[in-house]
Design a protein around this ligand. Structure first.
Ligand code: PLP
Length: 415
């Protein structure tokens, strides 16, 4: 463990960081909480909680439409998050940063709005074998409506996408390639830059589902040259119910509105309605204002630590945790990609993941069990479910030791 601590990046003090997360200080069933479910949702530092509290207690008002002081303050705070999100993913313009409910809504927005206008019968859309349901089902709905074919990039036994097969799927009918930056079920980091370039060479657009990437690595949408990028606030230590869709302004301008209502219009009459400019054209109705402000605080927090340090530390945790749990007899890690984020998905021979999760919970260890909204991944590996420990920068090597000890206990219980 001391080896690991010594390789933690300079200036990275996990014990100091944990002080910011009151939730981590509790006991569960009499044992210290070990939270290993950050891929489902990350914990929130008190700075985020405080920003949301402050909004409700001091600045609460609706945004954009008020001339009074409170409305101006809340508008400024909310719009400030747009600027922070733009910088966070290095988008060129604020107009390219759309507030949504989360990655799911971001993908639905593109499938619905862009798909409605730009896809026709006979076209093809490509997703990959390791997608979250959020990046499968919206495209399937579009495919069913429009008579479009959904094609799937296969993966190998490590859970890595096979780029030669992807190349073969691309053709002049391909309109969109929608791929996860990082797989939530396997941890695979996909070579999205290369995959986007391949899509573009075939004349297709690319959407990257960054739900599991944005919390763990620096994202640069301009360097990636992606057409769309989606992420959720709650996985980046922000609140639930808010997320970001990035889209190139040329594309967003050409797309019809996703939802109609207040704020997304310029003028309304019964004869003709005209739409607002970007980004508001895609932001109908009162948004999650407190959530947006909380997201701004979360991005500040994560930036304050530094994504380069977060990536480096989490990688060390992954290496340590992989080694620790690999010692458990009968345990098989599902997802062994060479480029991998800090996700440990595994099965133990003869023991159902839900039983593993339940025994771990009794020891204060929170993991996720199930198909992780990635049923095709489970089918591919011929398992009904896995147990998934997903790590974040506030986890420690000692917690991974606790996981390994917990799994030994599971083995004893089910011996
Ligand atoms: N994509 C991936 C890879 C995910 O892991 C998730 C959530 O787990 C989503 C999309 C959906 O995110 P949300 O539920 O926040 O919309």
């Amino acid at each position: 463990m001391s080896t690991l601590v010594s390789v933690a990046p300079a200036g990275f003090n996990v014990e100091r960081i944990r002080e910011d997360f009151p939730v981590l200080k509790q006991t569960i069933h009499g044992k210290p909480l070990v939270y290993l479910d950050s891929a489902a949702t990350a914990q929130k530092p008190h700075q985020v909680v405080e920003a949301i509290r402050r909004f409700h207690e001091v600045d609460c008002a609706n945004i954009h439409r008020g001339v009074h002081e409170l409305s101006q303050r809340s508008t400024a705070a909310y719009e400030e998050t747009r600027v922070k999100a733009r910088r966070f993913i290095n988008a060129k313009k604020n107009a390219e940063v759309i507030f949504v409910r989360g990655a799911t809504e971001a993908i639905n927005l593109v499938a619905s709005s862009w798909g409605r206008k730009f896809v026709k019968e006979g076209d093809e859309i490509i997703v990959s074998a390791l997608e979250h349901h959020s990046n499968i089902v919206p495209w399937q709905i579009l495919c069913e409506e429009k008579g479009v074919k959904l094609r799937v990039i296969p993966m190998n036994e490590r859970g890595e996408l096979i780029l030669e097969e992807y190349e073969k799927l691309l053709n002049p009918r391909t309109r969109m390639v929608a791929v996860a930056h990082v797989s939530n079920a396997l941890g695979t980091i996909n070579p999205v830059r290369e995959m986007i370039a391949m899509a573009h060479r075939a004349g297709a657009l690319a959407l990257i589902d960054g739900a599991q990437a944005a919390p763990h690595m620096k994202v640069d949408v301009q360097a990636l040259d992606t057409d769309f990028y989606a992420f959720s606030g709650h996985k980046v230590c922000g609140p639930t119910g808010v997320g970001i869709l990035y889209g190139k302004s040329k594309l967003l301008n050409a797309m019809p509105p996703y939802q109609g209502g207040g704020d997304m219009i310029r003028t309304v009459s019964f004869e003709k309605t005209t739409y607002n400019e970007l980004p508001y054209k895609f932001e109908a109705g009162t948004p999650n204002i407190a959530g947006g402000i909380g997201l701004g605080a979360a991005l500040d927090y994560v930036n304050g630590i530094g994504l380069d340090k977060i990536s480096a530390y989490e990688h060390e945790l992954l290496v340590y945790g992989t080694e620790a749990i690999s010692q458990i007899p009968g345990l098989r890690i599902i997802g062994t990609a060479r480029e991998k984020a800090a996700v440990l998905s595994f099965v133990i021979e003869g023991i159902h993941p839900h039983d593993i999760g339940t025994v771990l919970d009794r020891q204060g260890i929170a993991v996720r069990t199930g198909h992780h909204c990635a049923q095709p991944v489970m089918d591919w590996f011929h398992v009904p479910a896995t147990t998934r420990a997903s790590l974040a920068f506030y986890n420690t090597p000692a917690e991974l030791d606790a996981l390994a000890a917990g799994l030994r206990k599971v083995k004893e219980v089910f011996a």
